[in-house]
Write a protein that binds this ligand. Structure first.
Ligand code: UT7
Length: 324
């Protein structure tokens, strides 16, 4: 018998304002057709003025707690994946803790940009299997609209804001692939690729929040190769392959990347949860958002084998295999 981290609840929150691709045609040399055909994105949500990452995160957390039938005082730890915190410090996670009225336990942020939720999930699983926490709230929350260069058509049409949350709880498993919960993880990074995707500001460099800079076609090339590799590496640890997967829940950056990865994994697109058309790229929030929406749509069912995979700035990339 071994300890597993089992999903007990999921939830999400999206800011009210929806921005359709066509809105960008007024200020940029771009078209709805270009954005749709190159990225699959049709619309995204942007946070209102004054609406912060921690506020989105609290709402997603409340939805996940309601789904789990739990209250905040039952949670031992909060791990938030974000690259767009309210403040340099304290962490968004401690702000969520206060926002939920939690006065016990511990909370901290994880930063692995678009791969952040996969890293946070692996980290939360580590807390549970090592006995440091029994119930962990794992959140991906972002306000990427705050770090866009609105004159750069190659980036500002791609990103959106939102938050998703998952509750993991310790449970006893048999140690086989039939167990519910996190079954395998694979994490990677390679700091040599910093120039491909970064923000040109920061506390110890220029004291600015900065703007996102991306060599999109270079990131695309790495994504198509590395996402299938990491997903296969995680499945290999279990002796499984694409044919065993019920749902791929990928990072939602580009429909062409999602499709190419599914093809390489030999998983048909009707077993891939796709939300990129409605949310754009919400960085660390994209996977928990897609998990929550996949549940709402009735796609993800109890017992399904799920593979999540993501890549982003660093470069950092990874995959988690779990049974819902
Ligand atoms: O989440 C973190 C990881 N990030 C990603 O996974 C993003 C990965 N990259 C991508 O999704 C794609 O590379 C993009 C959607 C960013 C771009 O698609 P692409 O097919 O790689 O296009 P490209 O960057 O090679 O650009 C093709 C052309 C260029 O014009 P020229 O040089 O061929 O004349 C761009 O200037 O498209 C132009 N372009 C645009 N045209 C209209 C770039 N952005 C736009 C735009 N509207 N918004």
């Amino acid at each position: 018998m071994i300890t597993r981290s089992v999903v007990r609840g999921v939830g999400h929150y999206l800011p009210q304002r929806v921005v359709e691709n066509a809105e960008f045609e007024a200020t940029l040399d771009t078209t709805d057709e270009w954005i749709r055909s190159r990225s699959g994105i049709e619309r995204r949500h942007f946070a209102a003025e004054g609406e912060t990452t921690s506020q989105l995160a609290v709402k997603a957390a409340e939805a996940a707690l309601a789904d789990a039938g739990m209250t905040a005082d039952q949670i031992d730890a909060i791990v938030v994946a974000t690259s767009t915190p309210d403040l340099t410090f304290p962490s968004v996670a401690t702000m969520v803790q206060a926002g939920l009225g939690m006065t016990r336990g511990f909370a901290y942020d994880v930063q692995a940009v678009c791969a952040g939720f996969v890293f946070a999930l692996a980290n939360a699983n580590g807390l549970i299997v090592s006995g440091q926490a029994e119930r962990v709230l794992v959140i991906g929350a972002e306000t990427f609209s705050r770090i866009m260069d609105w004159t750069d058509r190659g980036t500002c049409v791609l990103f959106g804001d939102g938050a998703g949350a998952l509750i993991l709880e310790a449970a006893t498993g048999s140690g086989t692939n039939a167990d519910r919960g996190v079954l395998a993880t694979d994490l990677n990074s390679d700091g040599r690729y910093r120039e491909l995707l970064y923000v040109d500001g920061g506390v110890s460099s220029n004291g600015q929040a900065g703007h996102l800079r991306m060599q999109g076609n270079q990131v695309f090339r790495h994504a198509v190769q590395k996402l299938a590799e990491t997903a296969h590496a995680a499945l290999d640890k279990l002796g499984l392959s694409g044919g065993d997967v019920d749902w791929i829940v990928p990072h939602q950056a580009n429909l062409r990347i999602i499709t190419a990865t599914a093809e390489r994994m030999q998983v048909p697109m009707d077993r891939v949860v796709v939300t990129v058309q409605d949310h754009g790229n919400t960085s660390a929030a994209s996977i928990p958002l897609a998990l929550s929406i996949g549940r709402e749509r009735g796609q993800i069912k109890d017992g399904d084998l799920i593979v999540t995979e993501a890549i982003g700035g660093g470069l950092a990339w990874g995959a988690v295999v779990l049974r819902w």
